[in-house]
Design a protein around this ligand. Structure first.
Ligand code: BES
Ligand code: MN
Ligand code: ZN
Length: 500
């Protein structure tokens, strides 16, 4: 999809379709009013028939309006003017692209760009519109034998502003939006891919391809090297699988050579059966999404590289399957992690923290500025927060605050859970330094407590995306979250560090 910022009067838009908003009940936005005038009241007359009263999420497509340059006109409901805000705006943009795709229009001029939203600016509107446009086009059909019959014709979106001075700011927002959308697509494609194809080896190949396209430094640790280093926790998870585990590292150098990198660690369990602590059969296919943390850090790195952000970012992905088998780790096994701490594995289904703890220790050698890990870590996080916000914890309040802020800015929100010392006791083991589970209660927190024992040497935060990385049911599929949050965090980070 192509995007452009256009300024100019709406009646002069000469294209396939122009899009303007209408408030409830039947109150025209400024752009709609201009079109109404140009058509000598034609628009108001049609609206008075009552087919479009401005209710949120409604649209009405019109053809051949006299006095205006565009072939079609799409009216979009914006709800009550007093209640207009972020949520209604996003819904209206979604409804717009849905309606446009049912037409044969190849281009569209959206006069929704400078609708004013509390605490947001035009750049925000533009960025969200670009992301939603790409989102509306997203299909995952590469595993179908024939492509879908109906291919959308829309290929150019003009984001129209009436105020020329806003155009420069809007250009940056288009680029950022396009980069985030590109990153989300990478993440969703990897997540949606079948687990017989998306194996640890496949993830490593994809990372190597990314390294080629974006000139990144790529390296991968194989089994032997991990053994030599002493990654006993990661290897304990991989034991049951025929697929070899990989520890994948990608380095993006966009900042000063001496600049410490932001390290992103993503859980890459390409299929989680639970291991010997086998999961029940219901919806088990969804455990192919257990590599969504890995997919999201690869997506985020894609966005960073697309934007050429002036900072250094390193991505570390521990990748493995979690399978039962004759050689698999058993409940009660004690292993030694890369940090030297011994772990009693009481439940082989708490595998994410086992692969992450070795990756987090490994992160030390990159002398990180900060480390953020991203993982579909606990069902308990879904119980606590549902599918709306991601769980967030960390050992540095400023870092947590920056991430919360980036979530608020991008609309890809997180919520902090209390990583208090009292919870640490739940991880006591009679036979090793630490147990890998903390019992029934506060599961998202005890999981983070476990990780915190391996992140003492740097500022660290943890995002539990078990509830937000994918959707179940009829719309089953990867959401691409938390790429918007992480990318916004890095955009802010780059700005802070170049301006100071
Ligand atoms: N990958 C799962 C977490 C998960 C569960 C994500 C459901 C999304 C939906 C993780 O490896 C896991 O199995 N966690 C266990 C931990 C427990 C054994 C302490 C869980 O949440 O049940
Ligand atoms: Mn598990
Ligand atoms: Zn898992």
């Amino acid at each position: 999809m192509d995007f452009a910022i256009k300024s100019g009067s709406p009646e002069k838009y000469r294209g396939d379709c122009i899009v303007v908003g209408v408030f409830e009940s039947r109150k025209l936005t400024e752009a709609a009013r201009v079109l109404d005038e140009a058509s000598q009241g034609y628009l108001a007359k049609i609206i008075s028939h009552g087919d479009m009263d401005g209710r949120a999420n409604t649209t009405l497509l019109l053809h051949g309006i006299p006095g205006i340059g565009s072939k079609r006109l799409l009216l979009v409901g914006l709800g009550k003017e007093k209640e207009f805000g972020e949520k209604i705006f996003l819904g209206a943009v979604r409804a717009t692209f849905k309606a446009l795709q049912q037409t044969n229009a190849k281009d569209a001029g959206l006069y929704l760009t400078d609708l004013s939203i509390k605490q947001r600016d035009i750049a925000w509107n533009v960025l969200q519109m670009v992301v939603l446009a790409e989102d509306s086009l997203y299909r995952f059909d590469r595993l179908k034998s024939k492509p879908e019959e109906h291919q959308p014709s829309l290929s150019k979106v003009n984001l129209c502003v009436t105020d020329k001075s806003a155009a420069a700011m809007a250009e940056t927002a288009v680029q950022q939006g396009a980069a985030i959308a590109r990153g989300m697509k990478v993440t969703r494609d990897l997540g949606n891919l079948a687990p017989n194809i998306c194996t640890p080896t496949y993830l490593a190949e994809q990372a190597a391809d990314m390294a080629k396209s974006y000139k990144l430094k790529f390296s991968v640790l194989e089994n032997k090297e991990m053994e030599k280093l002493g990654m006993g926790a990661l290897l304990a998870v991989a034991r049951g699988s025929r697929q070899p585990a990989k520890l994948i590292v990608l380095e993006y150098h966009g900042g000063k050579a001496t600049g410490k990198p932001v390290v992103l660690v993503g859980k890459g369990v390409t299929f989680d059966t639970g291991g010997i602590s086998l999961k029940p059969a219901g919806e088990l296919d969804e455990m192919k999404y257990d590599m969504s943390g890995a997919a999201s850090v690869l997506g985020t790195l894609t966005a960073v590289a697309e934007m050429k952000l002036p900072l250094n970012v390193t991505v570390i992905i521990p990748a493995t399957e979690n399978m039962p088998g004759g050689n698999a780790t058993k409940p009660g096994d004690v292993v030694t992690s890369l940090s030297g701490q011994t772990i009693e594995i009481l439940n082989t289904d708490a595998e994410g923290r086992l692969i992450l703890c070795d990756a987090l220790t490994y992160a030390e050698r990159y002398k990180p500025e900060v480390v953020v890990d991203v993982a579909t870590l606990t069902g308990a996080c879904v119980v606590a927060l549902g599918h709306v916000v991601s769980g967030l914890m960390g050992n540095d309040e400023n870092l947590v605050e920056e991430l919360l802020q980036a979530g608020e800015q991008s609309g890809d929100r997180a919520w902090q859970l209390p990583l208090r010392d009292e919870y640490q006791e739940l991880l006591k083991s009679n036979f090793a330094d630490v147990a890998n589970i903390g019992g029934r209660w506060g599961g998202a927190i005890t999981a983070a407590c476990f990780l915190s024992r391996f992140t003492k040497k740097y500022r660290w935060a943890h995002l539990d995306i078990a509830g937000t990385a994918w959707k179940s049911g009829k719309e089953k599929g990867s959401t691409g979250r938390p790429v918007p949050l992480l990318t916004q965090f890095l955009i802010n980070h780059a700005r802070k560090h170049t301006s100071s």
